[in-house]
Design a protein around this ligand. Structure first.
Ligand code: SF4
Length: 268
């Protein structure tokens, strides 16, 4: 197993583990934003930069996607590595100045403000890390969003900036967005879910009893194809929100009307 020496501390990792994995094993914190263990790693945000010792010179690398294939020495707390990470954070803060998540990370990194002019339009608060695109493609199996535009106008958008027919309203992109730019908005009156800022809208499955939103109908349909459960049973399950389902089960239990052969599920 190759060895990584991190700021003088030695750890062994599996071949092809990343420098970030090694740092975690050593208990050393490296900031990350675009990194998520579930998706392909792009290293696009650069906030995890560290120095790699190349013998007579040192190279800045991104810890989240640098594979360890031999014994290496890296510096996380060197002046140059810290300066590089802080410089990246200042640029990101200029792009997304209002994000509480980003401000919190900046503070942890010792960055109090940005010397760069800030942009404030909500669309620009995206830091272009691409995590939402990767999740939509790698995990959800859709390609409802992607990069659009160039230079300062570069953004993440749906094709032709129109609501995407591929979007199933699952909200996974919003869940992983590290700066909270992507939002799931529930329009209760119309019983619709909207993924903002992509303008995609989908019908919501709502609880038949209390009308609380459950999931988008498309997510429900997709789940139907994946669960190991009788389709009718699953449809029954999706008719009520978890809260109403629990109270219904409790009521049936009290009345002794539960089919114990079916794992305690309510059958009528
Ligand atoms: S809500 Fe739409 S855009 Fe976001 S991950 Fe799900 S399918 Fe993709």
């Amino acid at each position: 197993m190759p060895t990584v020496i991190i700021d003088g501390q030695k750890v062994e990792v599996e071949r092809d583990a990343t420098v970030l994995d090694a740092a975690k094993k050593a208990g050393v914190w490296i900031p990350t934003l675009c990194y998520h263990p579930a998706v392909s790693i792009s290293g696009s945000c650069r906030v995890c930069m560290v120095e790699l010792d190349r013998g007579d010179w040192r190279q800045l690398i991104t810890a989240c996607n640098y594979p360890v294939r031999r014994d290496i020495v890296v510096y996380i707390s060197s002046d140059r590595a810290e300066r590089a990470r802080r410089g990246v954070m200042e640029l990101l803060l200029a792009r997304s100045p209002e994000s509480p998540e980003l401000k919190e990370l900046a503070e942890r990194m010792g960055v109090k403000s940005t010397p760069y002019p800030t942009v404030t339009e909500s669309q620009r608060s995206c830091i272009l890390c691409g995590l939402c695109i990767a999740v939509c493609e790698d995990i959800i199996g859709k390609a409802a969003i992607g990069y659009a535009g160039r230079g300062v106008d570069r953004t993440v958008a749906s094709p032709f900036r129109q609501p995407s027919e591929d979007c199933i309203g699952c909200g996974a992109c919003a869940a992983v967005c590290p700066v909270g730019t992507i939002k799931v908005r529930v329009h209760e009156e119309q019983e619709e879910v909207e993924i903002s800022p992509f303008k995609s809208r989908g019908k919501l499955l709502v609880c038949e009893q209390c009308r609380a939103p459950i999931v988008s109908t498309q997510v429900g349909e997709q789940a139907l194809g994946k669960v190991e459960m009788n389709r009718e049973e699953f449809r029954e399950l999706m008719r009520l929100c978890p809260k109403c389902r629990r109270s219904k089960t409790a009521a049936r239990l009290e009345a002794g009307n539960i089919d114990k052969q079916r794992g305690g599920r309510v059958v009528s």
